[in-house]
Design a protein around this ligand. Sequence first.
Ligand code: 3HC
Length: 295
Amino acid sequence: METTPDLQKIRHILVVGAGAMGSQIGLVGALAGYQVTVQDISEKMLAPASEELSLRLDRSVAKGRLERDAADAAMNRMSFTTSLRDAASTADFVIEAAVEKLEIKREIFRELDEYAPAHAVLATNSSTLGSSKVADATGRPDRVCNMHFFNPALVMKCVEVVRHESTSQQTVETAMGLAARLGKAPILINREIPGFVANRLLGALRTEALKLYDGGIASFEDIDTAAKTALNHPMGPFELMDLVGLDVAYLIRQAHHQETGDPADLPHPALAELYEAGHYGRKTGKGWYEYPAGS
Ligand code: 3HC
């Protein structure tokens, strides 16, 4: 993997958004030896995020996957703040993992451009919005790209680096190089396309699974069983929707439909029903499956 001047400069990574994705991306960075700040506008998000990461580290230590010292050192490299200005002022690389709403992301990128050093690359973890949609809110569109992680970010190896028309080759190489240094297996996507690569593959499986379920061909549990025992997938498509969040799955689908205009891309009615009832999967204790508290 090429090394770039920007890659060599990276000491401090800022992650914007302390949800499950943002906080785990932050810990991935800290485990790789970087100083990491996780920023969120809501104070209420920060303490639970930090506690959840400590628990994850404790579990890895208990399982013998990580030395106690390494876990403590990683946690010591992390800080949590509500101030975007302070966190961005020393950031060498920013990964935005805030809510999937374009206007909010554009405002974040505008502020990041104002506060972050000129050399900093500004990446978005968005799975639906190509970075061209936020790049023009900055004065450095050449340093903006997507860097899309997968859930759970601590475990999943793939990172999709997506360039838009004005992303420079150096930015692409910096993002690819950073992902590799984080222990990930980056893939490069040369053109913005709705769903990028992995979510398009997943979407095809999910669409078929929902069609089979809706047609009464098989129960969702049995469809999950087939994916696991016939195809060796670690989880079935319904279990996976519960893990990623039915809200996320629904909003991705809706955004995809807005891009393509194809009615076949609308969120599936059974998914929409769960979404509208507020059943978002593991995070609410109920989605396709039920999750007793503490499970
Ligand atoms: N967060 C962090 N770590 C987790 C985790 C979570 N939610 N769930 C499990 N893990 C860790 C465990 O701690 C364990 O780590 P260790 O080996 O260091 O102890 C490791 O993952 C394996 O966990 P388990 O033994 O408990 O369970 P499994 O072997 O069943 O693995 C799984 C769990 C990794 C989630 C696995 O089932 C899996 O790979 N599922 C598919 C996930 C997937 O497809 N993700 C992509 C979703 S699409 C997406 O993210 C796109 C985005 O745009 C929405």
